[in-house]
Design a protein around this ligand. Structure first.
Ligand code: KIV
Ligand code: ZN
Length: 383
């Protein structure tokens, strides 16, 4: 089995459909350029039939991007596919991402159809797209809640029709990691022509398990991961690119290579936060403001002695500015001493003890301890 994992970024499609995250065309071009520099393998740049603006964005991104595959989303509808192919015309490698719902609920309530008809519609769309672009990816929407035996039939038929990437979305973020992993394993073991395609994960975060599910899928044999910067996406979001990239570098035994330049993760996160007007929660893994901040005395003491006691990632590896020792009423003497030294004060043991008492009084009342507070405090004990 291949040892390479392909990163498929859908920030500009699944991410951009989030209310309030809309981008103008120059912003989309800037982000696409940065995604290429970051090292993603595929940029899903939009849903061309959805609006003239999205068509134009996919077209201009296709003209501009030099190495990365550019992808456009469609439904399993001929006109969607024609429009997407037009938008992708100048892409160095253009990919159409077409598909249809496969779960019982999608087939019955949304599509008012039957399993046989769904396979027929999917096959027709894949064959049609295959004549227009070099690469076709098929998505089995709501695969997370689709019966595995039917999903295997769908997968086999779409590969026969010419799809070389089969996306298994957990559209509603329903699966548990072991269930999603077993789903991918089932397809790997029960689809006779699976060697002619790769499986892709596309996991939503409704139960907070998007990244865990993606990793379970990867460990079971998926070789493409669909994700977004900062995990933005429909509802509770999508799998976060930075989390998957750092999981692979922290757990090298998984044994998959990729092209992501992790030192760009922090700047990429800030770019998306700013352009999409979507603040990143401070406790977000990898790129949150507190990801490398230490505020309790026990942790601070450890980090001051050796960063690795409480940090598994070197902040430099993700382009973050460094570990921070934040002073709060839970901080200890080691942290206060560390800040005194940073501000140029050499305190004796007695001075440190005295300033620590005053510091605790201050910290109980002040939410943010700033350098100016500390200078005042140290000046008093030194006086
Ligand atoms: O979540 C999903 O199922 C999707 C598909 C359109 C790929 O975003
Ligand atoms: Zn999605």
């Amino acid at each position: 089995m291949s040892k390479r994992l392909y990163f498929f970024d859908t920030t500009l499609r699944d991410g951009e459909q989030v209310p309030g995250c809309q981008l103008d065309i120059p912003e989309k071009l800037l982000i696409a350029k940065e995604l290429e520099l970051l090292g993603v393998d595929i940029i899903e740049s939009g849903f061309p039939v959805s609006s003239p603006g999205d068509f134009k964005a996919v077209q201009l991104i296709s003209n501009m991007i030099k190495k990365t595959t550019v992808c456009g989303l469609t439904r399993a509808v001929e006109n969607d596919i024609i429009v997407a192919a037009q938008a992708l015309k100048n892409a160095v490698n253009g990919r159409i991402h077409t598909g249809i719902g496969t779960s019982e609920s999608h087939i019955k309530f949304k599509l008012k159809s039957t399993q046989e008809e769904i396979i027929e519609r999917g096959v027709k769309a894949v064959k049609f797209a295959r004549n227009l672009v070099p690469e076709v990816e098929f998505y089995a929407e709501d695969a997370g809640r689709t019966d595995n035996e039917f999903l295997a039939r769908v997968t086999e038929s779409m590969i026969d029709a010419g799809a070389t990437i089969i996306n298994i979305p957990d559209t509603t973020g329903y699966c548990l990691p072991h269930q999603y992993g077993e789903k991918i394993a089932y397809l790997m073991n029960n689809v006779p022509n699976i060697d002619k395609a790769i499986l892709s994960t596309h996991c939503h975060n409704d139960l907070g398990m998007a990244t865990a599910n993606s990793v379970a899928g990867i460990m079971a044999g998926a070789r493409q991961v669909e994700c977004t910067i900062n995990g933005i996406g429909e509802r509770a979001g999508n799998t976060s690119l930075e989390e998957v990239a750092m999981i692979l570098s922290q757990h090298k035994h998984i044994g998959l290579s990729h092209k992501i330049d992790s030192t760009m993760l922090t700047s990429m996160s800030k770019l998306i936060e700013e352009k999409m007007n979507m603040p990143v929660q401070p406790n977000k893994a990898i790129v949150g403001g507190n990801a490398f901040s230490h505020s309790s005395g026990i942790h601070q003491d450890g980090v001051i002695k050796n960063r690795e006691t409480y940090e598994i990632i070197d902040p430099a590896d993700v382009g973050a500015k460094g570990s921070e020792i934040i002073l709060t009423a839970r901080s200890g003497r080691a942290a206060l001493h560390y800040h005194a030294k940073k501000l140029g004060y050499t305190l004796s043991v007695n001075e440190l003890n005295d300033s620590y008492e005053s510091f605790l009084e201050l910290a109980d009342n002040e939410r943010n301890i700033e350098d100016k507070h500390l200078v005042e405090l140290f000046e008093q004990v030194e006086a």
